[in-house]
Design a protein around this ligand. Sequence first.
Ligand code: FE2
Length: 282
Amino acid sequence: MTRQRAVKRVQRSLPTTEGAGVHLYRAFGHSETSLLDPFLMLDHFRSSDPREYMDGFPMHPHRGIETVTYLLSGEIDHQDSIGNKGQIAAGDVQWMTAGRGIHHQEMPRRTDDPLHGFQLWVNLPRAHKMMSPRYRDIKGDQIPSAKPEDGVEVKVVAGTFDGVHGPVKDLVTRVEYFDVRLSADKDLTFPVRDGDSAFAYVFEGSGHFEEGGRHEVGDRELAIFSQGDEVWTKAGRRGCRFLFAHGEPLHEPIAWGGPIVMNSREELDLAFEELGRGTFIR
Ligand code: FE2
């Protein structure tokens, strides 16, 4: 028998600033690591005022994690210390595995469109924290959609839904990542492996995420799910669009220092020592 997951917690993303003063909304972070392992953080940037984002995220290091940037609108120029350079445009995903370390910058461009997108941080397991950095740059038209019925669309970035496989494969940390659009009153059930951590983050309209549940999850609200093997959702009267992700927890200690996430204080200290000495990039 399948067991539907309940909504364990609902919280609204909080306005904050990051990088050189980019205004964004943080859906979860430090306080939720035990609930959402292997996910560390989800930032939502949505602004039509270039003053709120043009200063961007100048050169900064990462180690021990993956950063997954998904842009709905606007453009971001990306450049790193090991010679990679490119652009993230509307619809694109950049899945970056920092591994043992990179320095990079992520600079939004001024366009006629608002800047709207997400950055999700996925933790790497101890055995892979010091792996070679790698990128998967996925253009929007390479991301397939499952359309099981009218008014239901599931863009599959990573993982599988309804026989449609996402383009990001061979991940070190097993996660599945979807962008879901439901027309008014449509419902949908996702199979989710029991044991996985799972969340939904609404950014258009509203929806219910538990049959019989009272709480309607609205714009900029995050639903964190309990255990079970499926997630049920139903859009409200204006439809609903949300990110949905689940992943296998690592169950490892977390030593988190800004853009660097290791397993122990010693590893974190070493990383910052290396930054100071200029030996961080190997
Ligand atoms: Fe970054």
